[in-house]
Design a protein around this ligand. Structure first.
Ligand SMILES: C[S@@+](CC[C@H](N)C(=O)[O-])C[C@H]1O[C@@H](n2cnc3c(N)ncnc32)[C@H](O)[C@@H]1O
Length: 297
């Protein structure tokens, strides 16, 4: 991912979202407006041409994606559930008093663009590797920029999050903040993930952190499902290897060591998670603060 090329996995997630829109049974799962917004973003950014987009928005592609679902069982539909989970996290956090949302490794996700229009008093930030973020910024510019959506092009391994955000005049460290890392953490080294969580605990006085992670298999490698070796090999081949994973029973001590407290009560119900797990954490010592505001939340 440091080879200067836009993320292939971010493009793949976005294209899969288009295909999921062709499945009638997904219409009650997938967030409203996401299909058209994703199509627009892919085309206006140049991340995918209209021919590719039309191909992915076809029943034939549903068949192809389902035929290849054996590689990571459940993962195709899991992308729809994942998008729904993070939209829900944003809405519930806003009800609980959050006024600032930061998405790390946002890729071609359209949540910030969609919800910044619906919630003009909330400020949305996205950070991604420059190769992907600059392409996305080009697309957002053509789709209609939002005054409350700020795209930041930074490689998270090379910059401290605290420095990046303190340099940004729109960032308010006193604002209640939701941080999102959707499908990101597995691409970072163990040290980078630890540092990222520590940095995240410092960027806002009052915050919660919703993220996905890959559990560690008993052989110590990321558990990408029954075809783990093939998947991990393919990801390495395309230049986006999975590096970090954690055993679920290690999550609580990991979070505690980096200034966070696990908050399973904020997870809500989610199904069809593919090979990923979900977690929500609150800044250690802040749990009461959220509860006092009537969080589910
Ligand atoms: C699998 S994609 C997920 C994209 C998006 N969150 C989604 O779910 O649609 C992973 C994203 O993380 C970004 N990423 C990975 N490593 C990064 C790094 N070191 N710094 C910034 N972004 C990074 C990639 O550029 C890519 O957009």
């Amino acid at each position: 991912m440091n080879n200067g090329h836009p993320s292939k996995t971010a493009r793949k997630v976005a294209l899969n979202i288009l295909t999921l829109g062709e499945k009638p049974e997904m219409s009650g799962v997938i967030p409203p407006g996401i299909i058209d917004a994703t199509e627009k973003l892919l085309v206006t950014s140049g991340a995918a041409g209209t021919t590719t987009v039309n191909l992915y928005r076809s029943p034939q592609m549903v068949w192809v994606c389902e035929a290849f679902d054996w590689m990571m069982p459940g993962q195709f539909e899991a992308f729809a559930h994942r998008k729904a989970f993070f939209d829900r996290q944003v809405r519930e956090s806003l009800t609980a008093g959050v006024v600032q949302v930061l998405t790390l490794g946002a890729g071609y996700d359209t949540m910030g663009w969609r919800l910044s229009y619906e919630f003009p008093n909330v400020t949305f930030f996205e950070i991604d590797h420059p190769a992907t973020a600059l392409l996305k910024a080009k697309g957002i510019e053509k789709m209609g920029p939002r005054p409350n959506l700020h795209l930041i092009a930074k490689e998270l391994r090379l910059h401290r999050l605290t420095d990046v955000l303190r340099d940004d005049q729109n960032w308010d460290e006193s604002a209640s903040t939701l941080i999102i890392a959707e499908g990101l953490l597995q691409y970072l080294s163990t040290q980078a993930v630890r540092e990222l969580f520590i940095q995240c605990a410092l960027i806002a006085e009052d915050s919660r952190f919703a993220f996905t992670y890959i559990p560690t298999h008993q052989d110590g490698r990321p558990d990408a499902g029954p075809r783990k070796e093939l998947i991990l090999w393919l990801l390495t081949k395309i230049g986006e290897p999975w590096r970090w994973s954690i055993r679920p029973d290690q999550l609580v001590p990991f979070l505690r060591a980096s200034g966070w407290a696990n908050a399973p009560e904020l997870l809500g119900k989610h199904t069809n998670r593919g090979v990923e797990l979900y977690a929500v954490a609150v800044k250690a010592g802040r749990t009461r603060c959220f509860q006092e505001r009537g969080v589910n939340a």
